[in-house]
Design a protein around this ligand. Sequence first.
Ligand code: UDP
Length: 328
Amino acid sequence: MRILVTGGAGFIGAHTSKALAAAGHEPIVFDNLSTGHRWAVKWGPFEYGDLLDRAALIDVMRRHRVEAVLHFAALSSVGESNIRPDVYYRTNVLGTLSVLDAMKDAGVGQIILSSSCAVYGIPEKIPIDESALTDPINPYGSSKLMAEKMLGDYARAFNLAAVALRYFNAAGADPDGDVGEEHSPETHLIPSVLQVASGIRDYVNVFGSNYKTLDGTCVRDYVHVSDLANGHVSALTSFKFGEFRSFNLSSGCGYSVNQIIDRARFITNKEINTRILNNRMGDPPVLYANSNLAKSEINWIAKRSDIDTIISDAWSWISHHRFKVVCS
Ligand code: UDP
């Protein structure tokens, strides 16, 4: 299939472009490079453009005779979303609306949205499944839930086939070293921890140590970015016109911030200094999920998401491949 990948120069979009190409699809990347990288676009044509420019989206969809859209382009930092909700709603909500309207005008009927475990807020039951209440506690999660609702309404009204993949914490890097995580500034836990191990920063902040968890720090479900990428390829086969469906993509295991730092010390064999700060606003204490629905409906399971593999692949990227790829 010819697939428009919005945000295909970003972390998950670029890994997914590689997986799409490997499965025989053609990824056409549409990205404004605000957070993504031109060097990360290697598996198909690149179209520079902004999500809010609906005419540009329509033009790209028509010129490339696009059959489906994978919509990654979004802002994704919980902490930042508390400070800049305006920018988050504009990019994530209005951006998605622009994509949906462009699809309607260009006659494209299938879409997969990058959604997030942040739509659940503080879950009543762990592990989380898709029947759980969605009640986000930060603007990022709210923006993703609004985008999901729009997909559902458009699917029913305009006979689209729409899927939301609710990622838990995306981490790791391509095992071949072709692409990896590169944010500026880096805010996510695993790459921040590895930046300390590689000497790029002096210490990692630990946001809160008094949560009601095993060691007082937040627990998250880390899922390998290559597994997420394959989840999109699998989901392409599950489209049902007129329907919206959502699936968790998770490893099923929860690790605390301190546990991640300990595993990173072990894997890198480096000192990793920490500094305890106050809780970060909008952080649920514990998030981990089951992906049974993805297994039964789209035949997806996480294959590379044990925590040591995730950290090792991310470490390999940051310590061996990053410089080479960025300069190539
Ligand atoms: N976290 C932390 N220090 C950091 C970055 C993150 O303690 O420098 C914590 C954060 O509070 C959360 C977990 O690590 O509990 C994962 O955060 P991240 O930003 O990686 O992903 P999120 O869960 O926000 O999507």
